[in-house]
Write a protein that binds this ligand. Structure first.
Ligand SMILES: Cc1cc2nc3c(=O)[nH]c(=O)nc-3n(C[C@H](O)[C@H](O)[C@H](O)COP(=O)(O)OP(=O)(O)OC[C@H]3O[C@@H](n4cnc5c(N)ncnc54)[C@H](O)[C@@H]3O)c2cc1C
Length: 387
């Protein structure tokens, strides 16, 4: 049986960390929205990822009381180097007068901190969208929820569904790399140092998390198949060979894998619909930019809508706000995509001349503070690093 049409100002599809951040940032400014997710909220607790969050991300999450203080491990130094090559760069928090360059948090702990602030009735979980129909004045979404068909009419539809599938509105550049992730125990202890080690197979990141390192081990798909099938001792050996001998690894936890591609939505806005977070751009995880960028999407959208005074009866005003939002996000999202894409392509090979150029680049970065500060500030603040 079809129920009567329900009206909301803003419907956010996707209650991942980006969708929840938008909802809470709007609520903090007095604007209601409804979140909708196809999965139960508890499903977020099964996500195995650890996220490196910038200092800037912490500042934003604190403003909506969603910073998971006890679950966050500070990063005090970042060591960047390449396998079988010279040159290295060290970025140190003391150069930036910050308590930390960034923090590592489990996706599930971040999601729990955000979900704890959702008001009752603000999330429709386990809802399956069956139709989306946009017209000049808004969008009508038909969905199945708890065995019933429901129809929701919204003025603004926000897509925060995460990585898009095949869609002609999205450009895709496949890296032919998969990320194998897991946690391992290091000896000696990590001392709050993160490592980014470039190898011909792809970047290997070690992120301090509690007493462990959270590993993002990037490999061509066939090698990832092999690595996923190894027993723990075999896996530790392969990891050790890729990283080198400066640390010893033991007790690897469960492994998961993610295929990697750069996916970019060509336009962020279509009428009264807007795309944010991974739904707008999905990046390679090198240098941990993806969620940081998505968080800034959510924040900027909330700020723009609140500053313009969301007026449900004036579609032109909402459309103008969305255009302002899209324009304001270009530099940050293009910069993030360019930065990660170029790093992956420049470093994921073992061509002799490039090896030399990379070594010189890492050395120059280390010896030239302005260049190093630029890279560090990009990681700390995103687009605000640009002059
Ligand atoms: C291996 C790996 C390591 C990473 N490391 C980092 C890092 O260190 N730092 C960093 O900043 N980023 C990192 N990222 C990127 C980060 O994980 C993403 O940018 C972030 O999770 C995106 O959040 P989101 O809310 O946009 O999407 P998601 O987290 O994917 O959430 C999307 C939500 O939408 C829901 N949904 C999907 N489709 C529908 C639908 N049709 N209807 C209703 N609901 C729907 C889903 O159920 C989900 O709850 C990493 C990514 C990978 C793969």
């Amino acid at each position: 049986m079809t129920e009567a049409v329900e009206n909301v100002d803003i419907l956010i599809v996707g209650a991942g960390p980006v969708g929840m951040t938008l909802h809470l940032a709007l609520a903090a400014g007095g604007q209601k929205s409804l979140l909708l997710d196809r999965r139960p909220l508890a499903a977020l607790q099964a996500d195995p990822r650890a996220l490196a969050l910038s200092h800037g991300a912490r500042e934003l999450l604190e403003q909506i009381d969603s910073w998971p203080t006890r679950a966050a491990t500070p990063i005090e130094t970042i060591h960047i180097s390449q396998k079988d090559g010279f040159g290295r760069t060290l970025i140190d928090r003391s150069d930036y007068r910050l308590p930390a360059l960034g923090y590592v948090v489990r996706y599930r702990d971040l999601a729990a901190a955000l979900a704890a602030n959702l008001a009752e009735g603000s999330l429709l979980a386990e809802a399956e969208i069956v139709d989306i129909h946009a017209d000049d004045d808004g969008t009508t979404v038909a969905l199945r929820h708890a065995g019933q068909l429901r129809t929701i009419r919204c003025q603004l539809l926000v897509h925060a569904e995460g990585t898009p599938g095949d869609d002609p509105a999205v450009t895709v550049s496949d890296y032919a790399q998969h990320a194998v992730i897991c946690e391992v125990t290091p000896t000696p202890s990590h001392n709050r140092r993160a490592w980014e080690r470039f190898t011909p197979d792809g970047p290997l990141a070690l992120l301090p998390l509690g007493d462990e390192y959270s590993i993002v081990f990037t490999l061509p798909p066939a090698k990832a198949d092999t690595v996923m099938m190894l027993d723990d001792a075999g896996f530790t050996d392969v990891l050790q060979a890729q990283f080198g001998q400066r640390l010893r690894f033991a007790s690897p936890g469960p492994r998961s894998r993610f295929p990697l591609a750069l996916r970019q939505r060509k336009t962020l806005v279509d009428g009264l619909q807007v795309w944010i977070g991974n739904a707008a751009q999905t990046l390679h995880p090198v240098s941990g930019q993806g969620f940081n960028l998505g968080l800034r999407d959510a924040w900027q959208l909330a700020e723009t809508l609140l500053a313009d005074g969301f007026d449900r009866d004036h579609r032109e005003c909402i459309a103008a706000s969305l255009q302002r939002y899209a324009a304001s996000r270009q530099l940050d999202r293009r910069g993030g995509a360019f930065f990660t894409d170029k790093i992956v392509k420049a470093f994921s090979n073992d061509l002799g001349p490039l090896n030399l150029a990379r070594g010189l680049g890492l050395l120059a970065l280390d010896l030239c503070p302005p260049a190093r500060h630029f890279v560090a500030k990009r990681m700390i603040w995103g687009a605000r690093a640009w002059p």
